[in-house]
Design a protein around this ligand. Structure first.
Ligand code: GLN
Length: 286
């Protein structure tokens, strides 16, 4: 029989073989899942010296094996935090990234004094962008669009869990008919797949477990920016904003594209790691 503390030490040792991971944090998360408690805080310290049952030990090591096989921690846990909210995640949906929180900051700064804004979130995935904005701003109408069935199920679950009144649509954002059916919005946000063919060849193991549809943006990574800018500019109210997440080397091309399509005040914003991460532009007033 082992104590919880010994188990944790063994888990940390095994997980430390993983690249790009904080083994101690991950082991505590997995322990929490096996024990059914949050093992990151002081509550767990009291458990450390106690013996744990064989079944707990077994479930803990089963989880460690899943993690060692390359399954992302977030999928194993089944949810992940984004801007302080919990989003359900699992196979088939992109895991919310901290980098993406930049889009929330930008939108909140822009609209915090607005009484009522309408928002469309394209390629919504978990819904983390649109559903977070609904919590942080006075959003009168919110539409989230997601094409893929697995991701759409998570979107639906997250909408329900957050008590959101958003309108969710299963569809392809490059479909002109679907575009025409949507309302005009003050803000359109989009974190499209933007990795290039070259990027796809060098993905970290964990990212390879995420859906390729949410990652791969065509040979140069820009397919969705072209389609979305062309089709959705008509769905912005005058003065409305189109806000994209971008890959770190895509700022110039995405800005150029938006300028060609008549957007004004097109700007790039950096994320907390200092990489170009978002581009925003506004529809001209007539
Ligand atoms: N930021 C993600 C990554 O680097 C890519 C997500 C996307 O293509 N929108 O893995």
């Amino acid at each position: 029989m082992s104590t919880y503390g010994q188990l944790l030490t063994d888990g940390i040792e095994q997980l430390s073989g993983l690249e790009y991971s904080d083994a101690a944090l991950e082991a505590k998360e997995l322990m929490g899942l096996a024990v059914g408690k949050d093992c990151r805080g002081t509550e767990f310290e009291e458990l450390m010296w106690q013996e744990c049952s064989e079944s707990t030990e077994q479930s803990f090591f089963d989880l460690v094996v899943r993690r060692l096989s390359g399954e992302p921690l977030q999928y194993i846990i089944g949810e992940w935090d984004f801007c302080g909210l919990h989003f359900k995640v699992g196979r088939g949906v992109l895991i919310p990234r901290q980098d993406t929180e930049l889009l929330i900051d930008i939108a909140v700064k822009l609209y915090k004094n607005s009484d009522s804004i309408s928002v469309i979130d394209l390629c919504a995935g978990t819904g983390c962008i649109g559903l977070t904005l609904e919590q942080k701003l006075r959003v009168s109408e919110l539409t989230l669009i997601e094409k893929y069935t697995d991701a759409f199920e998570y979107l639906l679950e997250n909408k329900l869990a957050l008590g959101s009144s958003a309108h969710i649509v299963k569809g392809d954002v490059t479909d002109e008919t679907l575009t025409e059916q949507q309302m005009q919005a003050d803000l359109i946000v989009c974190n499209p797949p933007y990795l290039t063919a070259a990027d796809m060849g060098q993905l970290q193991k964990e990212v390879r477990a995420e859906p390729v549809e949410a990652l791969f943006g065509g040979e140069d990574g820009l397919d969705l920016y072209r389609a979305v800018t062309r089709l959705w500019k008509h769905k912005l109210k005058e003065g409305g904003a189109l806000l994209f997440e971008i890959g770190a080397s895509q700022a110039d091309e995405v800005m150029q594209l938006m300028i060609q399509h008549g957007f004004r005040d097109v700007r790039v914003k950096k994320d907390y790691a200092g990489n170009d991460r978002a581009v925003i532009g506004f529809r001209r007033e007539a």
